[in-house]
Ligand binder design. Structure first.
Ligand code: SF4
Ligand code: SF4
Length: 391
């Protein structure tokens, strides 16, 4: 009798704005869920301990934003859509988790107005307007607007390094700093969540060992081990690998170019058979092939199972445009068409800015949040049930 009188009351305080934003970000089928748990049963990536995505479906439909913001499972999902194919209600749990991630890109990193800019196409004039104005200002300061430099085509004659760095280094460094602050905050939020109590009880080989967890996380990401576990989207594996290794190759090539310029004092342009150029060309080939595979998959996909969002397309189209304009500019430079090479270079830089200047607020940031979530999962022993993937 006394026990009955002391029944615990749980107050649910739904965040209606959160529900509205998740719906707008691709989670509009969320309300169809009737909590049968088929999705959690069929997901090959979910750990045994407190599986996903059924619990995320109910949290999202109740507007429990505070639970989802610190839920690492949102980031452990690779949107393979095995669950969405099997869902008897067409609630698309794979898309709902993607929509929650889109909400987090928009709201986790300071300043939030940039997250808003990256969330809807109506802000594209602002997104592209900023790099256009900055680059035109740099060209104006260099006195090269309307004046094509003569002689061998060297981009630094049109846009001097000082102007290039003022536009890019300052913006990307600032963006990286803001992302780092968000990731530290995210790690703390995950640490405060109750799954951290899994440490000590875990069967996971890396539980409680940060170094081993970092190594296992890097290994898992480099091998894309979890993609291989998906049934419905296995073919995304190759596309995603191509994009990742293509991007890595370009990034390493760029790093070597900087070292050659500032460490070895070698002036660009570099020859076609130098490490930066070889890595750059190979990276672009891998990137373009990977992007074509992923874009083809998205275009031919069944909308009843999954629907691509604006955030998906923004990243794919901007990445593809960066790769294609980069190669075209090289070709035009090779052909000696100065005005087209110089202005093509500026167009290429606008797209590079659209990719890197806003990276903490676009889907690009999923690389970093997913890294932290997988690391947390390994460190806390949360992935004990799927630990054989990278242990
Ligand atoms: S999302 Fe679908 S499969 Fe998952 S619990 Fe809801 S109705 Fe069931
Ligand atoms: S989309 Fe794939 S990884 Fe994500 S919850 Fe569904 S089955 Fe699991």
């Amino acid at each position: 009798m006394a026990a009955e009188q002391k029944q615990k009351t749980i107050k649910v305080d739904p965040d209606l704005d959160f529900i509205r934003q998740v719906n707008a970000a691709g989670g509009d089928t969320l309300k169809k869920c009737f909590q049968c748990a088929t999705c959690s049963v069929v997901c090959n990536l979910t750990p045994d301990n407190r599986p996903f995505p059924r619990k995320e479906m109910i949290w999202a439909s109740w507007g429990l934003k505070d639970k989802l913001v610190k839920d690492p499972d949102v980031w452990l999902c690779h949107q393979c859509n095995d669950c969405s194919v099997k869902c008897p209600r067409g609630a698309k749990p794979g898309d709902t988790l993607a929509a929650i991630r889109n909400y987090l890109f928009k709201n986790l990193t300071f300043p939030r107005f940039l997250g808003t800019w990256m969330s809807e196409p109506k802000y594209l004039p602002l997104v592209f307007g900023v790099p256009i104005i900055l680059l035109l200002a740099a060209l104006s300061a260099a006195g090269t607007i309307g004046k094509i430099p003569e002689g061998e085509i060297e981009f630094s004659k049109f846009l001097p390094h000082g102007g290039l760095y003022a536009v890019f280094i300052s913006s990307t460094h600032l963006a990286a700093l803001f992302l780092l602050v968000s990731l530290v905050r995210f790690w703390k939020m995950l640490g405060a969540s109750d799954v951290s109590s899994a440490v000590g009880n875990s069967r996971g080989a890396t539980a409680g060992d940060l170094r081993a967890s970092v190594i296992a996380t890097v290994k898992e990401i480099l091998t894309h081990a979890k993609f291989g576990k998906c049934d419905e989207s296995k073919h995304r594996y190759l596309g995603h690998l191509g994009i990742m290794y293509g991007f890595l190759s370009i990034a390493i090539g760029t790093g070597i170019a900087f070292f050659m310029m500032y460490g070895l004092r070698i002036e660009p342009p570099f020859g076609q058979f130098t490490p930066p150029k070889i890595l750059g060309h190979l990276g672009i080939i891998a990137l373009v092939i990977g992007l074509i595979l992923v874009i083809r998959h998205r275009l031919s996909g069944d909308e009843k199972v999954s629907k691509s969002t604006y955030q998906d397309w923004y990243l794919l189209v901007v990445l593809l445009t960066v790769a294609v304009t980069g190669e075209l500019v090289e070709l035009v430079r090779f052909a000696g068409i100065a005005w087209l090479a110089y202005w093509g270079y500026i167009v290429h830089l606008v797209f590079v800015f659209a990719l890197l200047g806003y990276f903490p607020y676009s889907k690009f940031a999923h690389i970093f949040y997913r890294f932290v979530a997988i690391l947390h999962s390994k460190y806390t022993g949360r992935d004990a049930g799927v630990a054989d993937l990278a242990a």
